[in-house]
Design a protein around this ligand. Structure first.
Ligand code: NAG
Ligand code: CA
Ligand code: CA
Ligand code: CA
Length: 701
C-alpha cells in the first residue's frame, strides 16, 4: 500500500525529540570510533529513525486510544506517529487489520494485537538469527545490527575477512562463516598472536637427520653430509655417492667411500689429467731413438733363453765349423751360440760370463769349461769368430785369438751317410742343467754381419727383416728400456732368516735405481702380492700433487695407497737420476740424487704403514720394475694420503714409460742382485699370465 501524507500538527512536539536525536548521534559517534569501519557504517545508516523505546512508552498509549479503541483516520494516525514514513507504513496495514478482524468497535481481541504489532518492524524478527546482534525498529523499517563477521541487510551474509589485507594474517587466511582464522605454511607454526608465523626448528629434535648434520632453515631444514656422501631420507644416514654411476671418469672408475678415483690406460699411452677425471696423452719429454736396425739380430727375445735361431747343416763330406759375427752387449752373462749334436755327445757352447767369453764343450761325453780374453760387455761392436781346426778350436775377438783349445773329435756328426751339425744362436737346444756349468742363458745382446759356415744366408736376413722383434735398437745404452708397455719382475725375498732362534726375523728393502725417464709418470719399482692384488710398496713418478693442487714432477714412495715420502725430480732434463729407497723397521727414506725427500706422514702413521708392509712381506711378493701387470684395481691407482679425498695421482695405472732403467736390488748383508748391462728391448712382459710363466725374471740368476 502506498503511504499517504500525514495531516495534522507536528510542530509542538518537535523540540524535545530533536534534542534526543542529538544525544543519540553523539553516542553513535563515540561508538563508531571504537568499531571497525564496516560495523560503524551499518550502525550509522538510519540517522532519521526514532527511538524505539520512546515510541514504546509515549506513543503506544496514544495509538491505543486513537486507533485501537477507536477507528482512526489517516490524519489521526499521522498524529500518533508524527511522521509520514511510519504513517505510510502503518495505515494500509491498519486497514488490512480492519478487513481481517472487523472495526475496533467489534472488540475482536485479534484486532488489537494486529494493530499493536504494526509499528514494531522487529516483531517478528526479520534479521538472521546467527548473524544478528540486535534488530532495531525504525520508522516503517528495521535495522539488523550484525555481529562481527556478518553483513548484509539481514546479517545473513558472511564477511570474507581474508579479502582485505589477508585478514591480517602473515601467511594463510582461512575464511569461515562468521569468522576467519590464520594459518601457516608447513615448516612454520602460528604464533600466540594468532596472526604471525614462526619457523619451526626441526633440528631441536636430535633424531631429525639421524647421523647426518642438521641445519635449520626458514620453513624447513636440511640434513648435511660430508663431501662425497649424500643424505638418504629413508635411512636417515649419509650414504656414499657412487660417482662412477655418474660417469665422472673418462676411462676406468673406482668408487670409494666419500670419493672415487679415475684410471687411465697407461699402456695405451694415457695418464690422468689434472682434473683427475679425464685422461691425456703421456707425451715423451725426452726423445729416444727407438729405431731398429733391420740387419741386426736381437738375442734376448726369448725369456727362457731358448734359441732365437736354429740351423741344421747336412754335408756329404766331413766339414768343420766356421762362424763369424759382430756382437755387442752390456749384459755380463748369457749364451751366444751352440754348435754340435745331442746333449750327451759332442758340442760346444760359446757364452759370456762376468763379461768375458766362456767356452763350454763336451766331446764324447767329457765336459770342459774355459774362459779367457778381455771383458767384452762394453756395448761396442766387436767381431767374434769360432773356427774348428783339425785338433783345435780357435776363438778370436777382433781377429785376435783369445782361446785356442785342443779337441779330439769333430762337431759334425756322421749319421746315415751324411755329416750333421745343429747350430743355435742365443740359446741351447736342451736344458741349462745339462750344460757343463749352468748359466743364465738369456743374453741381452745383438749380432750382425753373421756368417755361418761361409754360406750365403738370405733366409735369416729375410726373417729378421720381416720381424721387428728380432731386431735390435740402432742406438743402445747401458740399462733396460721400458717403452711403456712392459716391465721386469723378480721373485725376491726381503725377509731375513734369523740365524738364531731367539732373534725375530727382520726385513730390509733397498733399491737403487738409475733412471732416465722419457715421461713424467710411471712406476719405477713396486712390490705386488698376486693373491691380494695389492701393492704393498711402490716408487713412482707422478706429475701432480693433488693436495697442494700443484703440477709438479715428483717421486713418491708409498705403502699401499699412502704416500710416505715425496721428492721433486727434474724428470725431463734427459739426465740420469738416482732414486734410492731404503726401508727397514722404523725407517723409510727416499732420496733423489742424494737429497732426501720430505716425509708425508707422522711418526705414528709411518710405523703403522711399515707394519702393513712387513705383513705383506711374509707372503710371496713379486718385485716389479718399470711397471705393473694387468689392469690396476684400487690400491694401485691412487696416492691417497690418509684422508679419503687427498689424492696425489695414480701413477700405477700409467706405468712403464721409463727408459734405461738400471735397478740394483740389495738385501741385508752380501746378497745383491743387479739388473744392469742390458740393452735392446729387454725384459718386456706384457701380461700377468706371461709374467707367471717366467717367474724367475729375466737376466737374474
Ligand atoms: C738337431 O736338432 C734336431 C731337432 O731340432 C734333432 O732332431 C737332431 O737329431 C739334431 N741333430 C744332431 C746331429 O744332434
Ligand atoms: Ca568470514
Ligand atoms: Ca625450520
Ligand atoms: Ca664415492
Amino acid at each position: 500500500m502506498a503511504p499517504s501524507p500525514s495531516p495534522g500538527p507536528a510542530a509542538p512536539r518537535a523540540a524535545p525529540l530533536r534534542l534526543l536525536l542529538l544525544l543519540l548521534l553523539a553516542s553513535e559517534c563515540a561508538l563508531a570510533a571504537l568499531l571497525p569501519a564496516r560495523e560503524a557504517t551499518q550502525f550509522l545508516r538510519p540517522r532519521q529513525r526514532r527511538a524505539f523505546q520512546v515510541f514504546e512508552e509515549a506513543k503506544q498509549g496514544h495509538l491505543e486510544r486513537e486507533c485501537v479503541e477507536e477507528l482512526c483516520s489517516r490524519e489521526e494516525a499521522r498524529e500518533v506517529f508524527e511522521n509520514d514514513p511510519e504513517t505510510d507504513y502503518f495505515y494500509p496495514r491498519y486497514l488490512d487489520c480492519i478487513n481481517k478482524y472487523g472495526s475496533p468497535y467489534t472488540k475482536n481481541p485479534g484486532f488489537a494485537t494486529c494493530v499493536q504489532n504494526l509499528p514494531d518492524q522487529c516483531t517478528p524478527n526479520p534479521c538472521d538469527k546467527k548473524g544478528t546482534q540486535a534488530c532495531q525498529d525504525l520508522m516503517g523499517n528495521f535495522f539488523c545490527l550484525c555481529k562481527a563477521g556478518w553483513g548484509g541487510r539481514l546479517c545473513d551474509k558472511d564477511v570474507n575477512e581474508c579479502s582485505q589485507e589477508n585478514g591480517g594474517c602473515l601467511q594463510i587466511c582461512h575464511n569461515k562463516p562468521g569468522s576467519f582464522h590464520c594459518a601457516c605454511h608447513s615448516g612454520f607454526q602460528l604464533s600466540s598472536d594468532g596472526r604471525t608465523c614462526q619457523d619451526i626448528d626441526e633440528c631441536a629434535d636430535s633424531e631429525a637427520c639421524g647421523e647426518a648434520r642438521c641445519k635449520n632453515l626458514p620453513g624447513s631444514y636440511s640434513c648435511l653430509c660430508d663431501k662425497g656422501f649424500a643424505y638418504s631420507s629413508q635411512e636417515k644416514a649419509c650414504r656414499d655417492v657412487d660417482e662412477c654411476l655418474q660417469g665422472r671418469c673418462e676411462q676406468v672408475c673406482v668408487n670409494s667411500p666419500g670419493s672415487y678415483t679415475c684410471h687411465c690406460d697407461g699402456r695405451g699411452g694415457l695418464k690422468l689429467s689434472q682434473d683427475m677425471d679425464t685422461c691425456e696423452d703421456i707425451l715423451p719429454c725426452v726423445p729416444f731413438s727407438l729405431a731398429k736396425s733391420v740387419k741386426s739380430l736381437y738375442l734376448g727375445r726369448m725369456f727362457s733363453g731358448t734359441p732365437v735361431i736354429r740351423l741344421r747343416f747336412k754335408r756329404l763330406q766331413p766339414t768343420r765349423l766356421v762362424a763369424e759375427f759382430d756382437f755387442r752387449t752390456f749384459d755380463p752373462e748369457g749364451i751366444l751360440l751352440f754348435a754340435g749334436g745331442h746333449q750327451d755327445s759332442t758340442w760346444i757352447v760359446l757364452a759370456l760370463r762376468a763379461g768375458r767369453l766362456e767356452l763350454q764343450l763336451r766331446y764324447n761325453g767329457v765336459g770342459r769349461v774355459t774362459s779367457s780374453g778381455p771383458v767384452i760387455n762394453h756395448g761396442m761392436w766387436q767381431t767374434i769368430s769360432v773356427e774348428e781346426l783339425a785338433r783345435n778350436l780357435v776363438i778370436k775377438v777382433n781377429r785376435d785369438a783369445v782361446m785356442k783349445i785342443a779337441v779330439a773329435g769333430d762337431l759334425f756328426q756322421p749319421e746315415r751317410g751324411l755329416y750333421h751339425l745343429n747350430l743355435t744362436v742365443g740359446g741351447i737346444p736342451f736344458h741349462e742343467k745339462d750344460l757343463v756349468q749352468p748359466i743364465n742363458p738369456r743374453l741381452d745382446g745383438c749380432m750382425r754381419s753373421w756368417n755361418w759356415l761361409n754360406g750365403e744366408d738370405t733366409t735369416i736376413q729375410e726373417t729378421v727383416k720381416a720381424n721387428a722383434k728380432m731386431q735390435c735398437f740402432s742406438v743402445t745404452e747401458r740399462g733396460s728400456f721400458y717403452p711403456g708397455s712392459g716391465f721386469a719382475f723378480y721373485s725376491l725375498d726381503y725377509m731375513r732368516t734369523p740365524l738364531d732362534i731367539r732373534t725375530e726375523s727382520t726385513w730390509e728393502i733397498e733399491v737403487v735405481a738409475h733412471i732416465r725417464p722419457a715421461a713424467d709418470t710411471g712406476v719405477l719399482f713396486a712390490l705386488w702380492v698376486p693373491d691380494l692384488r695389492a701393492v704393498p710398496l711402490s716408487v713412482a713418478l707422478v706429475d701432480y700433487h693433488s693436495t697442494k693442487k700443484l703440477k709438479k714432477q715428483l717421486v713418491v714412495l708409498a705403502v699401499e695407497h699412502v704416500a710416505l715420502a715425496l721428492m721433486e725430480i727434474k724428470v725431463c732434463d734427459g739426465q740420469e737420476h738416482m732414486v734410492t729407497i731404503s726401508l727397514r723397521e722404523g725407517e723409510a727414506t727416499l732420496e733423489v740424487d742424494g737429497t732426501r725427500g720430505q716425509s708425508e706422514v707422522s711418526a705414528a702413521q709411518l710405523q703403522e704403514r711399515l707394519a702393513v708392509l712387513e705383513k705383506h712381506l711374509q707372503s710371496p711378493v713379486l718385485t716389479f720394475a718399470g711397471g705393473l701387470p694387468g689392469r690396476c684395481s684400487l690400491p694401485c691407482s691412487s696416492w691417497v694420503r690418509g684422508s679419503r679425498d687427498a689424492q696425489l695421482g695414480h701413477p700405477r695405472s700409467n706405468p712403464d714409460r721409463l727408459a734405461f732403467l738400471v735397478v740394483c736390488f740389495k738385501r741385508k748383508g752380501k746378497s745383491r742382485w743387479v739388473l744392469s748391462g742390458h740393452y735392446g728391448a729387454s725384459v718386456l712382459v706384457r701380461s700377468l699370465a706371461e709374467a707367471e710363466k717366467h717367474v724367475r725374471g729375466p737376466a737374474l740368476a
